[in-house]
Design a protein around this ligand. Sequence first.
Ligand SMILES: C[S@@+](CC[C@H](N)C(=O)[O-])C[C@H]1O[C@@H](n2cnc3c(N)ncnc32)[C@H](O)[C@@H]1O
Length: 400
Amino acid sequence: MNTDPTSPAQPFEIFLVAAPGLEAVLCAEAADRGFTDPTMVKGGVTVTGGWPEVWRANLELRGATRVLARIASFRALHLAQLDKRARRVPWAEILRADVPVRVEASCKASRIYHAGAAAQRIERAIAEELGAPIVKAAPKKTGKSADRDVGEEDTRPLEIAVQIKARIDDDLCTISVDSSGESLHKRGHKEAVNKAPMRETLAALFLRQCGYDGREPIPVVDPMCGSGTFAIEAAEMAAGLKPGRSRSFAFEQLANFDPARWQSLRGSGMATPPAVRFYGSDRDAGAIAMSRANAERAGVSAWTDFAHHAISDLTPPESPPGLVIVNPPYGARIGEGKSLIPLYHAMGNTLKTRFAGWRVAIITNEAALAKATELPFEESGVTVSNGGIKVTLYRTGVLS
Ligand SMILES: C[S@@+](CC[C@H](N)C(=O)[O-])C[C@H]1O[C@@H](n2cnc3c(N)ncnc32)[C@H](O)[C@@H]1O
């Protein structure tokens, strides 16, 4: 790996964190968006590029949870060696002396096994070589759970601008800068959330898994839309709106940030009005008010329709057939799902009898609930964690 990624001309490895189980879908998105050498790995996707690609990944990829720039990689067999080699990282070309930094370390199958001591060596290298203020990280794990470093989203509030992640695996220390800051599912438009909202990153990957990438002019209907995530995400995709257009990122706090180049990358943010519309409905009036407000903030209210009614009153919009995607209530605790069987059964009935020609996708946490719909699902997708609940995508082909 290149250990001097500070020059824009020098490509380095960029790690796109994915929801575990959806790496292949994110890999397809990265390839589609023209990133170089997208490669699926556990917990994410690697691509190569320079800092402008790091910025572009944050701006354009809908499915990435965060983007890590791998700034250095070296062997470290003991703490003194880690100390010495960490000092050789060109910190001043990447970090700013006036921006606080937090270092998180993890160790796995390595002679250095104390993550806290490893983090402390790197913190000291940054403090002494650069002079940046250090914010102490929360205690960190070692061993098996250290996999979370790349595989799962860190949802702790980020009270500082820049986070360094050091991962020591099989004596190889990889140092990354978290270029995103807040998790990328926070697009910056959703102030209002209903119960159990779907994360935007997951919603985008599920839509893509259903073959929807915004290019095909088909309507998308979510009959239990909650805060409107699927309809808004699909409308943004169809309108060519970049998911990161309204938010800020940690990379804006780095020494190598170039505001003029970033502005030109962001572009005008103009939408291309889609040829079709996107629909959400819910039996909860508050959810519909939230969806409308969220769509307004996202700039897609001209192409989205939100209606207050139960799924039993759902009829297809007057449009060519498209995709119904729905994330019904879950049975959060074991056994609780049973009470939801009548709801799932009725939903399946509505969709089977009124939505011929449409494809249906359901995201739920119990196979028995999916089965209760009696919809002709093709093989189910992988199981993914949505806010701690394991959910699976069930898809049909075109309903006859
Ligand atoms: C898990 S939430 C959906 C979350 C949504 N995907 C989001 O991102 O915010 C389930 C939604 O189903 C709605 N719901 C439950 N039963 C319903 C019914 N019979 N008809 C319509 N909506 C219903 C609830 O009001 C709730 O908003």
